[in-house]
Design a protein around this ligand. Structure first.
Ligand code: MG
Length: 217
């Protein structure tokens, strides 16, 4: 991977990873199921079934159930924002060191998440990742569509705004459908994080967590 000038990170299960993160992000699913149950006026066994059907069909993206059922996405945003990451997450010095290394090498470093923007500061606070180290952080703002949402648009937009060609940009994330495939379709390089196994493909590189990133850049 040569001539990379800009490095984009997903946050959930990418910058913030490990056992604690798995526990923490499990709540996203539970809150999604509870919110679905409330809005559809069904029990949580039924809403979990609906969410699971969407997860199976759309690469883990249970939130698409809101779209299928024409429900207010904002309700999930608000419920997630109430979470207390500090109850689950602990400092991630490896992530902080990696970001510092990239900044010292003069990369533009951005974070982009479909998680609620207000929750990002809390997650970074709990993991002691300095939010000011990023050149920009893009998250889901209430009333707006999620920034990635499986689309190429945000990747194209970031490259345009920063004046960095897509082929000099790399996206790193744990979701093929939100992070990797849309980034590649927009002309970026991509590194797929899969904690279970390295899944190398022609179009992207793969690592099991971001501590292995330095060797690829
Ligand atoms: Mg993620």
């Amino acid at each position: 991977m040569k001539n990379i000038k800009m490095v984009l990170f997903d946050i959930d299960k990418t910058l913030v990873f490990g056992e604690n993160a798995i526990q923490f992000y499990r709540q996203y699913s539970e809150i999604l199921e509870k919110t679905l149950a409330r809005l559809l006026q069904v029990d949580t066994i039924t809403s979990k079934k609906i969410a699971d059907e969407h997860r199976a069909a759309f690469d883990g993206r249970g939130e698409l159930a809101f779209r299928t059922h024409h429900l207010d996405f904002g309700q999930w945003h608000d419920a997630l924002t109430q979470l207390s990451p500090s109850q689950f997450l602990t400092p991630l010095p490896n992530t902080q060191a990696l970001l510092q290394e990239l900044k010292s090498k003069k990369y533009i470093v951005g974070a982009i998440t479909d998680g609620p923007r207000p929750l990002v500061e809390k997650i970074l606070g709990a993991t002691k990742i300095d939010s000011t180290i990023f050149d920009f952080i893009i998250g889901w703002e209430r009333g707006k569509q999620m920034p990635k949402y499986g689309s190429t648009k945000i990747f194209t937009q970031i490259c345009m705004e920063r004046g960095i060609p897509p082929q000099e940009t790399v996206m790193i994330g744990d979701s093929l459908s939100s992070d990797i495939l849309p980034a590649i379709a927009a002309g970026l390089h991509a590194i797929y994080i899969n904690p279970n196994q390295v899944v190398e493909q022609k179009k992207y590189r793969s690592i099991t967590n971001i501590t292995q990133l330095s060797s690829l850049l």
